[in-house]
Ligand binder design. Structure first.
Ligand code: CP
Ligand code: NVA
Length: 318
């Protein structure tokens, strides 16, 4: 059996994802580490892009779970001088218990996972940001109860976070309405996948229609890390700002979420993000609790037992 990678919400089944959310909520409630975690486990984190929340929440999570983390920047590694991703995966697997990667191309993440003998966690790629949306689902349920059958409105760029929301709609059974301009709308293959999974997704160009009676309005930056068409994006996405008019369409008591960092005056007004419907600080906090749930699933007793049962590749010492 291969290691328990956390690469995408789409890659895992409903029961596993629900289990991770439940573990995360329990850890948050009880404030203690789940039993059966290997003490002194080490997580290596490779950041090819900047991060505040992902970096700090994983570091603190490992510390509070009784482990350690090592933060690696490609320019400080041989990876930055051309050592292959595959060789990096093989070597790190001999030292650490799990690897988290934040990178651009999703293929780099898949290559790392294919060659690692320890769990690999997606800390954001251009395609998806699953740890974030797990925290979003947890936050929604804390505030509004079970997400199944509820309506989430995504307004703006159908980016990596939106893709993880499409995956979440399929796995957690919420309805997702996406309002985005044609230039930044969800990929047809993604929508075809979602349809095949029975997910309820509606796509339009109308933020007010998408937000109508929604239980949650969510957005993200117009210019993601690695995007180099800032001027064009800001122009095209301007009508997709989450503001008072958009929130007025949503259901009574609807919440607003944003993965952060935010740009007030662009994708969201200060009035909304700093207003009473905003759940963004709980959402940011829940990154910490969800990282623990994810780490517990990747590194817990069950994961180790399934690894011990699987035949080890020749020459492997672990
Ligand atoms: N939301 C999020 O992933 O934030 P960072 O880029 O700060 O990690
Ligand atoms: N869509 C954003 C998310 C940042 C957490 C980006 O990729 O830059």
């Amino acid at each position: 059996m291969s290691p328990r990678h956390f690469l995408d919400i789409a890659a895992l089944d409903r029961k596993t994802l629900r289990g991770i959310i439940e573990t995360s909520a329990k850890i948050k409630r009880k404030g203690q580490a789940p039993k059966g975690l290997k003490q002194g486990a080490v997580l290596a984190m490779i950041f090819e892009k900047p991060s505040t929340r992902t970096r700090v929440s994983f570091e603190v999570a490992m510390h509070q779970l009784g482990g350690k983390s090592i933060v690696l920047a490609p320019e400080d590694m041989q990876l930055g001088r051309g050592e292959t991703v595959a060789d990096t995966a093989r070597v790190l697997s001999r030292y650490v218990d799990a690897i988290m990667l934040r990178t651009g191309p999703h293929e780099t993440l898949l290559e790392l996972a294919a060659n690692a003998q320890v769990p690999v966690i997606n800390g954001l790629t251009c395609r998806s940001h699953p740890c974030q949306v797990m925290a979003d689902v947890m936050t929604f349920e804390e505030r509004k109860g079970p997400i199944k059958g509820r309506t989430i409105a995504w307004i703006g760029d159908a980016n990596n976070v939106a893709t993880s929301w499409v995956h979440a709609a399929a796995r957690f059974g919420c309805k997702l309405r996406i309002a985005s301009p044609n230039a930044f709308s969800p990929a047809p293959e993604l929508l075809a996948w979602a349809k095949g999974e029975g997910a309820k997704i509606e796509v339009s160009n109308d933020p007010l229609e998408a937000a109508y009676e929604a239980d949650c309005v969510v957005t993200d930056v117009w210019v993601s890390m690695g995007d180099n068409d800032e001027k064009k994006r800001k122009q095209i996405l301007r009508p997709f700002q989450v503001n008072r008019a958009v929130m007025a369409q949503a259901a009574k008591g609807a919440i607003f979420m944003h993965c952060l960092p935010a740009h007030r005056g662009d994708e969201v007004t200060a009035e909304v993000i700093d207003g009473p419907q905003s759940a963004v600080w709980d959402e940011a906090e829940n990154r910490l609790h969800v990282q623990k749930g994810i780490l517990a699933w990747c590194l817990g007793k069950e994961a180790r037992a399934s690894k011990a049962r699987s035949p080890k590749p020749r020459g492997t010492r672990r």
